[in-house]
Ligand binder design. Structure first.
Ligand SMILES: NC(=O)c1ccc[n+]([C@@H]2O[C@H](COP(=O)([O-])OP(=O)(O)OC[C@H]3O[C@@H](n4cnc5c(N)ncnc54)[C@H](OP(=O)(O)O)[C@@H]3O)[C@@H](O)[C@H]2O)c1
Length: 299
C-alpha cells in the first residue's frame, strides 16, 4: 500500500445495528474509502447517497463474496445472527475468511467473544473460536474484537425482573463487564480505521465487572422499587424458559451465558475501548439511567 493512499475499509452485515453504527462513525471520522456489504443493499440507500460503496454479499452464497470484497484492504467481519443450527454460522464465517484472503484483504477484524476457549460453557462461543482459528490459519493480519456481553439486553430483562420483584439468573456470584453496543461500535470503527497490521486479540469490555446482585441494586435505585437477585441452578433456569415456550436448545444456549458468568468467563475488564477510542466505555449505572423509560415500562 502506498504511504499516501488511505486504506479501503469494508464492514460486513452493514445493515445490522452494529454495522450501521460503525459505518456512521467511519463517515463522521472521514475514514475510508468505505465499503458496506449486506444481503440487502436497498436498506443502505442512505449510505450510498453519502458516498459509501454499498455491495451485495451473503455468506451463504460464497460466490457473492469475491466481487464484494474486491479492492478492500481492511475488513470488519461482523458475526452473523444465524445461531439456531450448530455449525451453520461457522461455515458462514469460514466462507467469509476464505473469500477475504482470496480477494487480497490484508487485515480482518472479527467480532468475537471474551474467553472463547474450548473450556467455556457458553454454547455460542464455539462459533467464535472456530472463526478465530480460521483467521489464525490464514495468511492475513487480524484483530479479534472479543466483545463482552451487550448491556443493551439489560433494560428489558431488568424491567421484567422489576415487575416480578426478583432477578432470576443462574450466574451464582459471577460478574460480567457488560458493554454497550455503542461502545462496541466505537471500538470496532477505531480498530478498523487504525493502521495496525499484525495479529492481536483485544478484550472489548465495559469499565467494571458487575454481579447480578449489583445489577439488581442499580436497577432498584433507578426504578425506586425493590429488586432482589435470586440465584437458580442452571437446570431450573432452562426448565423455566422451556415452560415459558422456548425450545430447549435455545433455552440451554441462553442459560449457558449465565453459566459462563458463574465460571468467571465474562469477569474481564480491560482499557482497550479507551485506548482505541480515547474515551472510557459507558458505566452500566449511567446506561440504565439513560434507558429509564424501558426499565420502568408497565411499572
Ligand atoms: N456480545 C454480545 O452480547 C452480543 C449480543 C448480540 C449479538 N452479538 C453478535 O454481534 C453481531 C452484531 O450485533 P447486532 O446487534 O448488529 O445484530 P443484528 O442487528 O441482529 O445484525 C445481525 C447481522 O448479521 C448479518 N448477517 C446475517 N446473516 C448473514 C449472512 N448470511 N451473510 C452476511 N451477514 C449476515 C446481518 O447483515 P445484513 O442483514 O446486512 O446482511 C446483520 O448485520 C450479531 O450478529 C451477533 O453475532 C453479540
Amino acid at each position: 500500500m502506498s504511504e499516501t493512499r488511505q486504506a479501503t475499509l469494508l464492514v460486513t452485515g452493514a445493515s445490522g445495528h452494529l454495522g450501521r453504527r460503525v459505518i456512521e462513525l467511519l463517515l463522521e471520522a472521514q475514514a475510508g474509502p468505505i465499503v458496506a456489504s449486506t444481503r440487502t443493499p436497498d436498506k443502505l440507500a442512505d449510505f450510498s447517497a453519502r458516498g459509501v460503496d454499498v455491495r451485495q454479499a451473503d455468506f451463504d452464497d460464497p460466490a457473492s463474496l469475491a466481487a464484494a470484497f474486491a479492492g478492500v484492504d481492511r475488513l470488519l467481519l461482523i458475526s452473523t445472527d444465524a445461531v439456531g443450527q450448530p455449525g451453520y454460522r461457522i461455515n458462514q464465517h469460514v466462507s467469509a475468511v476464505k473469500a477475504a484472503e482470496a480477494a487480497g484483504v490484508k487485515h480482518v477484524l472479527y467480532t468475537s467473544i471474551v474467553n472463547p476457549g474450548p473450556d467455556t460453557p457458553v454454547v455460542l462461543s464455539a462459533d467464535h473460536l472456530a472463526t478465530e482459528t480460521a483467521l489464525e490459519a490464514s495468511s492475513m493480519g487480524w484483530t479479534f474484537l472479543r466483545n463482552n456481553i451487550y448491556a443493551d439486553i439489560l433494560p428489558v430483562s431488568l424491567n421484567r425482573a422489576l415487575q416480578m420483584g426478583s432477578l432470576y439468573a443462574a450466574a451464582a456470584d459471577g460478574k460480567a463487564a457488560y458493554i454497550t453496543r455503542e461502545d462496541c461500535a466505537r471500538a470496532a470503527a477505531a480498530a478498523l480505521a487504525d493502521t495496525f497490521e499484525g495479529r492481536r486479540a483485544l478484550d472489548i469490555t465495559g469499565p467494571e465487572a458487575l454481579s447480578q446482585a449489583d445489577l439488581a441494586s442499580i436497577a432498584s435505585a433507578i426504578a425506586g422499587k425493590p429488586l432482589t437477585y435470586v440465584a437458580l441452578p442452571v437446570e431450573t433456569m432452562i426448565d423455566n424458559m422451556v415452560s415459558a415456550g422456548l425450545p430447549r436448545p435455545a433455552a440451554a444456549a441462553y442459560a449457558s451465558f449465565d453459566q459462563g458468568i458463574a465460571e468467571g468467563k465474562f469477569d474481564v475488564v480491560t482499557s482497550a475501548v479507551e485506548e482505541l477510542t480515547g474515551r472510557q466505555p459507558m458505566r452500566i449505572a449511567d446506561f440504565l439511567a439513560a434507558e429509564r423509560e424501558t426499565l420502568m415500562q408497565g411499572l
